[in-house]
Design a protein around this ligand. Structure first.
Ligand code: SAM
Length: 371
């Protein structure tokens, strides 16, 4: 397999946000992005698989489809998975593991399905799977159709490689990037997060403003596949436009001093601190930064136990008042799992997103027009 062999690429996304992922892929020049449940498919080759991992902010993982066939029973799965050219895909010196899921299929036992594919790989490579291997072969059976993919990302893509310090309930970077996109944020306006925690929205916005590739500081699973070509990978990296200078500034505040210390360290590691500003401050004291209006995007506390809900109502109320009184011309986005709390801001929402799974809850993005 060479870097130019055609391959079907799947960007796994957050359910409900697939169209935003498709728009991002289109903007980045990927061929024929199509929304499917749970993600986006693309046509490309291995070099495009690498580029997708490097430049796209929204996907959770990038998968390369290596086989698709009907499998009505385990013997058929066994036989057909042996036809896959495993030695051209996996390296005998690199540990791997197989994960399977079954849905609406005659083969209903995921463990048995994984085991069949595992044996096919083992016989081809002469290497047994390893329990905690970073490289994962994913087998998906749905309606008796079996799709086998290689997870080319390795660690999930929300791990940009520069965030070590996180506090409570951090937002995944990939989700933060898609919420920024949902708000139409393109890096040209100032961004304020008054309850920034570890700084996820602020850092994602600053990276966008500087034109930094999200995967610039990390390793990927595909570097350990048989198709990997280090010289071509260097070319792919070199073709990413260099970071640009910008007048944009991104601001984060939090009433928790520890959160601010984390956010400052994270922004530093990400190399964006020239355009980020963080301060230890409560929402009630928030003032708009000098300059043109931009976007306030925040993910206030929610999902608290009943006793705390009263306090949260007060917090959302204060936030709404501060916005309405001091942030004329700014647009506001709030990510919360609680409609009642969103309403307690008193802000008029122009759009409310579908519920999006996040941290075991469903959150929604509530957006205003310019205040
Ligand atoms: C859900 S967390 C935000 C997580 C953040 N999006 C991240 O990715 O790390 C909510 C944050 O709101 C902060 N907070 C709560 N009440 C606040 C207030 N009155 N003023 C400022 N920050 C507040 C908390 O300290 C916490 O860091």
């Amino acid at each position: 397999m060479t870097a130019s062999d055609p391959i079907e690429i799947f960007l796994s996304g957050t359910p409900g946000l697939e169209p935003l992922l498709r728009d991002e892929a289109q903007e980045q020049g990927f061929r024929n992005p199509q929304v499917v449940p749970g993600g986006v498919t693309l046509a490309g080759d291995w070099a495009e698989v690498w580029r997708a991992n490097l430049v796209l902010r929204g996907p959770g993982r990038v998968l390369a489809r290596v086989a698709r066939f009907r499998a009505m029973h385990l013997a058929q799965l066994d036989k057909r998975s042996r036809k896959v050219a495993w030695t051209k895909l996996l390296r005998p010196d690199v540990p791997y593991r197989v994960e399977a899921t079954c849905k609406k299929s005659r083969i209903y036992h995921a463990g048995a399905a994984a085991q069949r594919v595992q044996t096919a790989i083992e016989d081809a490579l002469g290497r047994s799977p390893t329990e905690k291997a970073m490289l994962v072969v994913r087998v998906r059976l749905e309606d008796d159709l079996c799709e086998i993919s290689l997870d080319t990302s390795g660690a999930p893509l929300h791990r940009r490689g520069h965030k070590q310090a996180v506090g409570k309930a951090p937002m995944r970077e990939t989700l933060a990037a898609l919420f920024l996109r949902a708000c139409g944020y393109d890096g040209t306006q100032p961004l304020v997060d008054p309850m920034c925690g570890s700084g996820t929205f602020v850092i994602e916005a600053a990276e966008r403003a500087l034109g930094l590739a999200p995967g610039r500081a990390r390793d990927f699973g595909f570097e350990h596949l048989a198709s990997f070509d280090a010289a071509r990978w260097t070319d792919v990296r070199d073709q990413v436009p260099p970071s640009q200078s910008t007048q944009t500034r991104c601001y984060g505040f939090d009433r928790d001093a520890g959160a601010i210390a984390n956010a400052v360290a994270n922004a530093d590691r990400a190399g964006v601190s020239a355009i980020t500003r963080f301060a230890h401050q409560a929402v009630a004291d928030l003032q708009p930064p000098d300059g043109p209006p931009g976007l306030v995007l925040t993910n206030p506390p929610y999902g608290a136990r009943i006793g705390n809900r009263k306090l949260l109502f007060a917090l959302y109320g204060t936030f709404g008042t501060v916005m309405a009184e001091r942030f004329k011309g700014w647009r506001v986005g709030i990510v919360t799992s609680d409609k009642g709390l969103a309403r307690a801001t008193g802000l008029k929402f122009r759009s409310v997103s579908a519920p999006i799974p996040h941290g075991g809850l469903k959150v929604q993005l509530f957006q205003t027009g310019p205040l």
